[in-house]
Ligand binder design. Structure first.
Ligand code: OTU
Length: 651
């Protein structure tokens, strides 16, 4: 948009740019800057316009984008332009992701580059390599307490190794996803160290207070994130004799985005990693970016403005790069990370679908789809050019943060129901085969979350111990059932490290003092590649699971109705054990897939009469894309075995 005030400022800024910037060929940069400038200016002035240094900061912002552009390689710029032309490229069903820790999957980055054939074997073409940057040993939060945003942890490798990985991925059409930890730094980051020795400039990068007056105000409305190990949101720093805001661990200092210098520093870091060939940036803990007294300090409007500004600036320099919002918050809040009051995503293009993840686990525990159905029904519609990251497990705990109204609509009382889920997955519920652990019980609120590997939560660990073949096969069926849904729901499915290889809980973290008080480490094991060879040996559980997933992934990629264009219709099928939805090709709606999943331990049937007219013909004959066979059908009823799913097309 053209607007006089912002454009006269833009002209002034362009005149003031450093000569070394002005001399470059910046054609594409200027076009994009012109197109986005009004938005950038408006956001920057809403956030920082009241400050005396607004104009010089605005100049620094433009210089940062220009510098980023100058450092972008020709190869990456070519990809930018290609993606601008095909702007819906990431909504295709062809993408299937995997998240891993470098040293959980391989020895280091160089070894990871060698292991890329595994991704292709399974059908993975988007790999999220969990944080690889410098972190203090023992105070790393699994890589999320960074002490240098531009330095790779030397135990994992160096920049050259990463370039090798990026090149290897690019050659094989695999997208590279890396983390940007926007919300905080380690207390050993240079900025924090300078703050400690009294440098004002860097004290202003954080939330630092002389006494408890302001911290106490904040605390009145801020929840605890890690109540068992790190209660409270402020930490006393004895060297500085001051209080520092530390929402997560006491060694993770929250960055203060009300300071434009912080914003510009972090943008510079985003552009730096974009220029290393990263395709997608996972923005960690975005809900926490803005702190305001009297609020929970999550999901604040200004946190959204910060993200919109990041997106607008990144589009000027590196438009091919996508953002993932990691906001594990209530469904009505998550959706806002695509942007509000817009048609097309303007914040992050991708967001973790934590709601679906937690709902899926609810259905495993209850053996019915009541809450799952209700929760999906209440999921607000997405914007265009926005997509979910659908997952079953990740490196974090599982929180049962559904909407209380949905829980009630499903016929449960919220507190009692959440307690049941925690008991079920931590094995305190008598009939449960799950082997999870309780994570961070909050005595104040009664809240608790769950840790455990996918296979162990689904009952594989306990059934292998019992040696009961029927229980083992149910556990595998549950794992497949869960994946059948994340692969067909709409969005990018994201598998987790050892989940295709039946990796169970790993208890060795107990012996590591840097990890023993954080039971998320139970599900962050190292893959045993000798054991993983069993995936090639018929009759083993590894073979059954791996090959079933591999087949599902291959079929997903061939099924255009599984691309994500808001093309899903949820069906009420009058059987609480079943979840059922139709996916259709948004360009050719007659190309449909009927997805049906049975969460019960008993066979169930789907009455076609109930759904006829919803695009499904009563007398239709179906074929299941997954098995290649017609489903068992009797008297207009489709039969599903325990934990079975179908991906049905009409023939
Ligand atoms: C994220 O987590 C990371 O995924 C965690 O591994 C980190 O510990 C954390 O940030 C701090 O960097 O902030 O928006 O309940 O689910 O802390 C959600 C624990 C987050 C995580 C939560 C999450």
């Amino acid at each position: 948009m053209y607007e006089q005030v912002s454009h006269s400022l833009l002209n002034a800024i362009l005149d003031d740019l450093k000569p070394e910037i002005r001399r470059q060929d910046l054609r594409h940069f200027y076009t994009r800057l012109g197109a986005n400038f009004y938005a950038i200016y408006s956001l920057f002035s809403t956030l920082y316009g009241h400050r005396d240094d607004f104009k010089p900061q605005m100049l620094r912002l433009v210089e940062t984008m220009a510098k980023g552009y100058i450092n972008r390689s020709i190869e990456l710029e070519r990809i930018d332009i290609q993606r601008e032309l095909d702007h819906n490229w990431f909504l295709s069903q062809k993408w299937v992701g995997l998240a891993l820790y470098t040293n959980g999957f391989a020895e280091n980055l160089a070894d990871l580059a060698n292991k890329t054939p595994y991704f292709q074997e399974l059908g993975i073409n988007m790999v999220h390599i969990m944080p690889i940057l410098m972190c203090p040993t023992g105070k790393s939060d699994g890589g999320y307490a960074i002490s240098d945003f531009r330095q790779i942890d030397d135990r994992l490798g160096d920049m050259n190794d990463l370039r090798q990985v990026a090149a290897e991925f690019r050659k094989r059409d695999i997208l590279l996803v890396l983390d940007i930890v926007l919300n905080h730094t380690s207390d050993e980051h240079e900025w924090a160290k300078k703050a400690v020795i009294g440098e004002r400039r860097y004290q202003n990068y954080y939330f630092i207070f002389d006494n408890r007056e302001i911290p106490d105000m904040f605390e009145q409305s801020m929840p605890d994130i890690f109540p068992e190990t790190d209660p409270g949101n402020f930490t006393w720093n004895a060297d500085m004799q001051k209080w520092v805001m530390t929402v997560f661990h006491d060694y993770q200092w929250d960055l203060n985005y009300s300071n434009p210098e912080v914003f510009i520093e972090m943008l510079d870091i985003i552009l730096f990693w974009a220029n290393q060939g990263v395709d997608v940036l996972r923005l960690d803990a975005v809900a926490f970016l803005w702190k305001k007294i009297g609020t929970s300090c999550q999901n604040e409007r200004n946190a959204h403005l910060i993200l919109q500004l990041m997106k607008d600036c990144c589009q000027v320099t590196a438009p091919g790069v996508l953002f993932i919002a990691e906001a594990i918050v209530a469904p009505v809040e998550v959706i806002k990370y695509f942007g509000e009051d817009a048609i097309i995503a303007k914040e992050c293009e991708i967001a973790y679908n934590a709601t679906l993840m937690a709902l899926l686990w609810d259905s495993i525990a209850t053996k019915n789809a009541k809450l799952l159905y209700q929760g999906i029904k209440s999921l607000p519609a997405k914007l265009e050019r926005a997509t979910w990251l659908n997952y079953v497990r990740c490196h974090d705990d599982i929180g049962f943060g559904f909407d209380d109204n949905d829980i009630r609509a499903a016929g449960y009382e919220p507190t009692a129901h959440r307690k049941f889920l925690v008991d079920y997955f931590s094995g305190q519920f008598a009939e449960s085969p799950a082997r999870g652990m309780v994570f961070m019980r909050d005595e104040k609120t009664g809240d608790a979350r769950i840790c455990g590997s996918l296979a162990s939560l689904a009952g594989l660990e306990s059934s292998l111990e019992s040696g009961d073949a029927a229980l083992i096969s149910s556990a595998i069926d549950k794992v497949l059932l869960l994946h059948s849904l994340i692969l067909s729901f709409g969005g990018i499915p994201l598998l987790y490290n050892g989940d295709a290889l039946c990796v169970l809980n790993d208890y060795v973290y107990h012996d590591d003092p840097g990890k023993s008080n954080d039971n998320r480490w139970i599900h962050r094991p190292k893959i045993n590649w000798e054991r993983a060879e069993l995936r090639k040996k018929q009759g083993t559980v590894e073979y059954n699971l791996f090959n079933a997933l591999k087949k599902m992934i291959a079929i997903r990629k061939e099924t255009s109705a599984f691309a994500d264009f808001n093309n899903r219709e949820l069906l009420d099928v009058n059987n609480e054990h079943l979840l059922c939805f139709i996916r259709f090709n948004h360009l050719r709606p007659s190309e449909r897939v009927l997805v049906v999943a049975n969460f019960d331990a008993n066979p169930q049937y789907l009455d076609l009469e109930v759904i006829s007219g919803k695009g499904i013909t009563l007398y239709a004959h179906f074929i299941d894309l997954y098995s290649g066979r017609s489903p068992t059908q009797y008297d207009r009823r489709l039969v599903l075995q325990a934990y079975q799913f179908y991906w049905l097309t009409e023939i």
